[in-house]
Structure formats: structure tokens, C-alpha cells
Design a protein around this ligand. Structure first.
Ligand SMILES: NC(=O)c1ccc[n+]([C@@H]2O[C@H](COP(=O)([O-])OP(=O)(O)OC[C@H]3O[C@@H](n4cnc5c(N)ncnc54)[C@H](O)[C@@H]3O)[C@@H](O)[C@H]2O)c1
Ligand SMILES: [Zn+2]
Length: 377
């Protein structure tokens, strides 16, 4: 089976490929065997596999992956976790360690995550830490996981005091990305993933942004051909950044945080779960663009192009009427997030579509003015 598209992530000996297919989960085992062979892994040709998935994904997609492995002669077990962010916990990691112990897992054992970002982050963290590192494969089934969390090697779990506080960098052996998995994704989760796609266009790629504007109908219909293109381009753009700053040392990865300072404040204040992450990012990008406009960095036309695209994709571009988030609370929260000297805040701001800069001396008064404008709407 040849993937329709392949994105290569070049990280020296940790390099790997993202295969992008549609309707090909039954071919997973063939791809896995070819990947293990190509990587020249010191692994049994058919290692034992622990599939990690959640209750929403197991019947639709993890079962197809498991069936493909069984047919190809792999020994395969499945761990089904409760869906939701609360599963990214030490307790759930511990339960997975227990499963691996029961399986007599060793470095020949492979962990395969079939699910969204929660399953990928947790299973990846368990793979990174069990026996000092097991090989790991991602089969991402949400749009967010396909375009964001499965690229870059960040894995982790939450601590009661902080999201993603416990984690590691652990690159996968490969990523098998089937866009058809998105057919069963609830509309809100699908749209939420689109916010990160729009983000890539805004921060790195003007032609891609224009392509998104021209492809709204296909995107909203989840057309497989359009999805393969937008997922492949998003993975390529994120991989380009990760290749230059794999361990988040140079600050280059910061561009990926466009819209996220405002988003994190919205998410934290409205209570996690009220707003999906992508919804908060969409609102955050609108704030950031308005702030850039206020600071004279971009024209009004860029603010409206971004707002129009987000709306056309069904994403929110402002707070709900009656929202309890006040500008004062938002500002307090952002100060907590990114305090710098002299009451100046740091933001990733666009200079045009396809380019952003890290601006570290934004006066609070301007941030406040944009928040006030929003609150009046
Ligand atoms: N590692 C990274 O670099 C990185 C980047 C961004 C986000 N994240 C993490 O990703 C997580 C969010 O990921 P997410 O949005 O995928 O959430 P998620 O994994 O909770 O999935 C969202 C919902 O969709 C369900 N689901 C998944 N695939 C489905 C499918 N194909 N059909 C029907 N239902 C399906 C899930 O069961 C869940 O209810 C957060 O924990 C976040 O911290 C990690
Ligand atoms: Zn994000």
C-alpha cells in the first residue's frame, strides 16, 4: 500500500515518516511491517503490540487497526481508556504500566496510540518511560491530533496543579494518519482542529491560507481529497518548525503559540471544557490580530480576512454574549502566563498573512484596549 502523501520529519536518527491515507486502516499492519523493516529496527519483525485507545474510538477505528495486526500475525492487546482530558493522568499511566508488565513487555514491544491528543500524549508518555523507552506509533483520529499533537514528539500527562506538567520528548517510529477516521468525529471537535490549521496559514504560509479560503466548502464537507491536502500541509509546516527546534530551546517553536496567550486565558477562566481548545485559539487569534492592528503592524483587511475564514469554518471569533470573562480578569491571567519586566507582555503577532514575530514589549494599555473593545461587542 502506498500512502497518498508522505511527510518526512528529519530529526537525525529520530527521523520518521507520516503516512497520510484515506480509508486505509485495514492496511495498517502492512505499513507497520514496512516501516519497521525500513528503519532497520533491532526488533522482532512482528513485535508484540499494545494498542491504547479510548471508549469513543475503540469500535470505530482501533478495532480496525487491531484486526489488521491480527491478520498479519502480530500478537496484539488493547487498552481502552475513558474518553476525556482527565484520562491524561498519573493513575491512567500507571494502569498502562501494569498492562505492559502483565504482557512481559520489553524493548521489543510496540505501543500504538489510536485516538486523539489525549490518547497520543498519554500512550506516548508511557512509551517514553517504560523500560526507558519503547517504540511508539501514532494513529491520530481527531483533526487536532492529526495536524498538531502527533507531530513534534511532545508527550505527557497532567498534574492536578498544571496541564502537561509531566512529560518528555519521544519521537514516534512513525505516524499513520487516516483522514477517514475524521468521518465519525463530532462537529465541534472537527471545527476545533481547524483553528490550528488556520493558524499554520497565518504564521507561516500565505498561499496555504488562500487555499483554505478557496476550499471552505470542501473543508466543511470533510472531503477526503481536501483533508489530505490540508493535513499534509499542516504536518509539513509544523515539522519544519520542530526540525529547527526539536527540544524547544531556541524559542523558534514559539511561533506555534500564535493566539495561544489569549486562548489559555480564555480556557482557564471559562473553566476547562467550556470552550474547546481550538475554539479558544480561534478567539485568541482574533484578539492577537486586533492587537497587531492597534499597534500598526497590520492592515484592517488582514484582521477581517482571518475573522471571515474562521467564521466560514464555523469557529467563534469572539466571546459568547453574556460571557463572564472580564477584561480585568483576562489581563490578570495573561500577566500570570507571560510576565515580563515593566508591565509589558509578550505576544506572537502577525506582520502579514504568513508571517509572525515574537513581540516582547507590548504595553499593557494596548492589550487592555483590545480586550475592552471585545467586551463591548
Ligand atoms: N503533544 C502535543 O504537541 C500536543 C499539541 C496540542 C494538543 N495536545 C494535547 O491534545 C489533547 C487534546 O486532543 P484532542 O482535541 O484530540 O482531544 P481528545 O483526545 O480528548 O479527543 C476529543 C474527543 O473526540 C473523541 N474522538 C477521538 N477521535 C474520534 C473519532 N475519530 N470519532 C469520534 N470521536 C473521536 C475522543 O474520545 C474525545 O471525546 C490535550 O490534552 C492537549 O494538551 C498535545
Ligand atoms: Zn493549540
Amino acid at each position: 500500500m502506498d500512502p497518498h502523501e508522505t511527510v518526512s520529519v528529519s530529526l537525525g536518527e529520530r527521523s520518521y515518516e507520516i503516512a497520510i491515507v484515506s480509508g486505509e486502516l485495514p492496511a495498517f499492519a502492512a505499513w507497520l511491517t514496512a516501516t519497521i523493516t525500513r528503519r532497520g529496527m533491532k526488533m522482532a519483525v512482528r513485535p508484540a503490540v499494545l494498542i491504547v485507545t479510548d471508549g469513543h474510538v475503540v469500535h470505530h477505528h482501533a478495532a480496525a487497526v487491531g484486526a489488521s495486526l491480527h491478520l498479519a500475525g502480530y500478537h496484539c492487546e488493547v487498552a481502552v481508556l475513558p474518553p476525556g482530558e482527565q484520562t491524561k493522568s498519573l493513575a491512567d499511566a500507571s494502569a498502562l504500566y501494569d498492562r505492559l508488565v502483565e504482557m512481559h513487555a520489553d524493548r521489543q514491544t510496540l505501543v500504538v496510540a489510536v485516538g486523539g491528543g489525549v490518547v497520543g500524549d498519554l500512550a506516548g508518555f508511557v512509551a517514553a518511560t517504560y523500560a526507558r523507552g519503547l517504540a511508539f506509533v501514532q494513529v491520530p483520529t481527531t483533526l487536532l491530533a492529526q495536524v498538531d499533537s502527533s507531530v513534534g514528539g511532545k508527550v505527557g500527562i497532567n498534574h492536578p496543579q498544571g496541564k502537561n506538567l509531566i512529560g518528555a520528548f519521544h519521537q514516534p517510529l512513525g505516524v499513520y494518519l487516516d483522514t477517514s477516521a475524521l468521518d465519525t468525529l463530532p462537529l465541534r471537535d472537527y471545527r476545533s482542529g481547524l483553528a490550528e490549521v488556520v493558524k499554520y496559514g497565518m504564521i507561516l504560509d500565505e498561499p496555504f491560507f488562500t487555499f483554505l479560503e478557496a476550499s471552505v466548502a470542501g473543508i466543511n464537507q470533510r472531503s477526503a481529497a481536501v483533508l489530505r491536502q490540508i493535513v499534509a500541509r499542516s504536518c509539513r509546516l509544523k515539522a519544519d518548525v520542530v526540525e529547527r527546534d526539536e527540544f524547544e530551546r531556541s524559542g523558534l517553536r514559539a511561533v506555534l503559540n500564535y493566539g495561544h496567550t489569549f486562548a489559555h486565558a480564555c480556557e482557564a477562566l471559562s473553566g476547562y471544557g467550556e470552550l474547546l481548545h481550538g475554539e479558544a485559539v480561534a478567539i485568541g487569534m482574533v484578539y492577537a490580530a486586533r492587537l497587531a492592528h492597534r499597534l500598526g503592524r497590520i492592515d484592517e483587511s488582514i484582521v477581517s480576512r482571518q475573522t471571515n475564514l474562521l467564521s466560514a469554518l464555523g469557529l467563534p471569533t469572539g466571546l459568547r454574549e453574556g460571557s463572564k470573562l472580564t477584561p480585568a480578569d483576562m489581563l490578570d491571567r495573561m500577566r500570570l502566563d507571560k510576565k515580563t519586566l515593566g508591565g509589558r507582555l509578550r505576544f506572537v503577532l502577525p506582520t502579514k498573512i504568513g508571517h509572525v514575530e515574537l513581540v516582547s514589549d507590548v504595553p499593557e494599555a494596548d492589550v487592555r484596549a483590545v480586550l475592552d473593545e471585545f467586551a463591548k461587542q
